[in-house]
Design a protein around this ligand. Structure first.
Ligand code: C5P
Length: 223
């Protein structure tokens, strides 16, 4: 069996991370959630009061240490920011509201793309994000571009946040999903785009099991 690189990109809340996690498990691959990295940098900017001060945030970038630490009980890796587990904080709606602005900063992207390329050097990896198939691993053997209607995606994210005990309104979640799509697709650096050789995958009317089966089959055909 060959070790390959699998890039899963797409719009916010298309279920990329759930599928990527399960796919990585099925293949015995490493899974990297690049959104968690942008979220952690955003949390750092909020904690250090430099969200609105791009130059200062850029100056502080060398002080940001990001690490994924595998949690055996959960069966996946959690994000650590400067030694602290920030998995819960980075998923909040507050961070979601700010993250696309931080992710549009060139120096932030450079730092994180370098880290991502180092993590995927050995292949055998499933990485999800917005620019994996276009920028991080343009030579990935399998590229998937996930889409679903904004309403379907907002409903999924809304349920996820409620399940975690966050008090949010569906309308706010929908607005956030649409705003992030807009900023992510219109930014100057690495805008969200389907790579030419990516498979477009609309999962609006598809359950998890079917999605996993289909994508797993795509991978097995190459491996
Ligand atoms: O995947 P997730 O929704 O957690 O990503 C949060 C945000 O991080 C996205 O809305 C986008 O602004 C940014 N992001 C990015 N490039 C990636 C992954 C995430 O710009 N590769």
């Amino acid at each position: 069996m060959n070790n390959i690189t699998i890039a899963i990109d797409g719009y916010s809340s298309t279920g990329k991370s759930t599928i990527s996690k399960q796919l990585a498990k099925a293949l015995g691959y490493i899974y990297v959630d690049t959104g968690a990295m942008y979220r952690a940098v955003t949390l750092f900017a909020m904690q250090n009061d430099v969200l609105a001060d791009t130059q200062n945030l850029i100056g502080l970038l060398p002080e940001i240490e990001l690490k994924f630490v595998y949690n055996d009980d959960l069966g996946y890796a959690e994000m650590y920011l400067n030694g602290k587990n920030v998995e819960k904080e980075i998923r909040s709606l507050e961070v979601s509201r700010q993250v696309s602005k931080v992710a549009a900063i060139k120096a932030v992207r450079k730092k994180l793309v370098d880290l991502q390329q180092a993590m995927g050097k050995e292949k055998g990896i499933v990485m999800d994000g917005r620019d994996i198939g276009t920028v991080v691993f343009p030579d990935a053997e399998l590229k998937i571009f996930m889409t679903a209607s904004p309403e379907t995606r907002a409903a999924r994210r809304y349920k996820e946040l409620l399940d975690k005990g966050e008090k949010v309104l569906y309308a706010d979640v929908l607005k956030n999903v649409q705003e992030r799509d807009y900023i992510d697709s219109h930014r100057e650096v690495s805008p969200l785009r389907k790579a030419k050789d990516a498979i477009e995958f609309d999962n609006s009317d598809m359950g998890l099991k079917e999605q996993l089966e289909r994508i797993h089959n795509y991978a097995l055909r190459i491996i």
